[in-house]
Design a protein around this ligand. Structure first.
Ligand code: NBP
Length: 474
């Protein structure tokens, strides 16, 4: 075979990734799709790519130079398993199968183990950046073995986005580490989008700005600390006028947010690992709430009298910007906490600074902010939380008063700001000397004899609540 790498699955993501690969020095790309007409169409439309078109899986495998490298870009789940099986039957020791789809990392762990037993390498690779990223440079999060990374690195480095001169790809960790980190990336994306949406809502309803004026505000913010792809596209969405009605497009879009599942996975795994990713949780729930049509109807009809919206206080726009930044620090800190907890649970050696660096380009959450996060973990790889790093601590301190004003005003005005509020609550809880968890331990001991520990002595204790209420130690 003469192709240096192959792509299977030529829907939008696979086609774009294959074109990206083909456009880079050193890659010759074999392409294959279950439905052959798609392969033919791609090859015909892009003669410049010099694709090696293959009709059958056998042709595809035969077209690849050894060690064979194939990237699967088919629908996650059963489709991926089917293609893996087809390749595994034909591949030989040392060959590498890459799954670039949005797989559940548990599936990736399972597949990697099964293929390893057969002498094959399997790499679950998170790919962020959507269609555009796949074509021009995604952020790539490969897992799998060190040997597989060595084989794949040149091709992956050649197609990744570039940030500050570095390709946005790193060997995240073994087996499912790459897909785990991609999952958390998407969870953080949910939180970031929700925080921006709350900022918009507050500025619109309390600030009284129209979408066009708000597009200016977000454009301005994009020139500062908040500079990011999501802030940039927010301005563009707010600027858009609907051709049919002449209204701002945002006003004619149905206000029910969809999701494809990675946010839910993030929260499920966070709760399983006991990591309080509250901002991601609020973001996932906020989308679900927006789509709860019956509940929204029933409650809106029951409570037609809403608080009066106040005039925006002086400096409100700056306050919201500060609240957004501080909340964002909390949300990202929680996301990185989850990566660290996942790494501990699954024995992955994940460099958090490297993860922050590969998210600086190509992916949806790319932002200037991630440079700061990378620096923080470079300074101190064992940093307990981003909130404790001097740079972010100062940012939170500077924004704290504004953050409180915004959350308080949102509450009295009846404008929901769940992610702002819960990020602030998370910060306040972490910063509190004492938490009411002590009372909860008392309650648990009362009804379930769950025992408690004391602040002043080692040991495990129980109060004889239904007896003489004396304390016994276990
Ligand atoms: P889709 O997720 O829509 O999958 C379509 C592709 O899967 C087609 O090539 C189809 O072949 C193939 N396929 C299916 Br369906 N079942 C198959 C089977 N049993 N055997 C072989 N091939 C099968 O494509 P996509 O939107 O390009 O996404 C590809 C992957 O990338 C997904 O896992 C997705 O989650 C992930 N992803 C997508 C984005 C994005 O922005 N869209 C971003 C990041 C990751 P056919 O032509 O013969 O039907």
């Amino acid at each position: 075979g003469q192709a240096t790498i192959g792509v299977i699955g030529l829907a939008v993501m696979g086609s774009n990734l294959a074109r990206n690969l083909a456009s880079r020095e050193g890659n010759t790309v074999a392409v294959h799709n279950r439905t052959t007409s798609k392969t033919e169409a791609l090859v015909e439309e892009h003669p410049e790519a010099g694709f090696v078109a293959t009709e059958t899986i056998d042709d595809f495998v035969a077209a690849l130079a050894k060690p064979r490298k194939a990237i699967i870009m088919v629908q996650a789940g059963a489709g991926t398993d089917a293609v893996i099986d087809q390749l595994a039957e034909r591949f030989e020791e040392g060959d590498v199968i890459v799954d670039g789809g949005n797989a559940d990392f548990h599936d990736t762990i399972r597949r990697e183990e099964a293929l390893r037993e057969r002498g094959l390498h399997f790499v679950g690779c998170g790919i962020s950046g959507g269609e555009e990223g796949a074509l021009h440079g995604p952020s790539l999060m490969p897992g799998g073995s060190d040997e597989a990374w060595e084989v794949l690195a040149p091709a992956l480095r050649s197609i990744a986005a570039v940030a500050e001169g570095e390709p946005c790809v790193t060997h995240v960790g073994h087996d499912g580490a790459g897909h785990f980190v991609k999952m958390v990336h998407n969870g953080i994306e949910y939180a970031d989008m929700q925080l921006i949406a709350e900022s918009y809502d507050l500025l619109r309803r309390i600030g009284g700005h129209d979408p066009d004026a708000l597009a200016d505000v977000f454009e301005e913010w994009n020139g500062g600390d908040l500079e990011s792809y999501l802030i940039e596209i927010t301005a563009e969405v707010l600027r858009q006028t609907d051709a049919d009605t002449g209204q701002p497009l945002v006003d004619v879009i149905l206000d029910q947010a969809g999701s494809k599942g990675t946010g839910v996975w993030t929260v499920q795994n966070a709760t399983g690992l006991g990591v309080p990713t509250t901002a991601i949780g609020e973001a996932v729930f906020a989308r679900a709430l927006s789509s709860s049509e019956d509940h929204r109807d029933a409650v809106r009809r029951t409570f037609p009298d809403r608080p009066d919206l106040p005039e925006a206080p002086d400096g409100f726009e700056d306050d919201v910007r500060s609240a957004l930044y501080a909340s964002k620090v909390v949300a990202y800190a929680q996301g990185f906490d989850l990566i660290r907890a996942g790494a501990e649970e699954h024995d992955w050696d994940i460099d958090l600074a490297a993860v922050a660096r590969i998210w600086r380009g190509g992916c949806i959450i790319r932002a200037k902010f991630l440079d700061r996060i990378a620096e923080a973990f470079d300074d101190d790889p064992s940093l307990v939380t981003l909130l404790a790093h001097p740079y972010f601590a100062d940012a939170v301190r500077d924004g704290e008063a504004a953050w409180r004003r915004v959350v308080a005003l949102a509450a009295t005005s009846g404008v929901p700001a769940p992610a702002f509020g819960s990020a602030l609550a998370s910060y306040d809880a972490l910063a509190s000397e004492r938490l009411p968890a002590a009372l909860i331990q008392g309650q648990r001991d009362f009804f379930g004899a769950h025992t408690y520990r004391r602040t002043d002595r080692d040991g495990v204790f129980h109060t004889l609540w239904s007896g003489d209420r004396s304390e016994v130690s276990e």
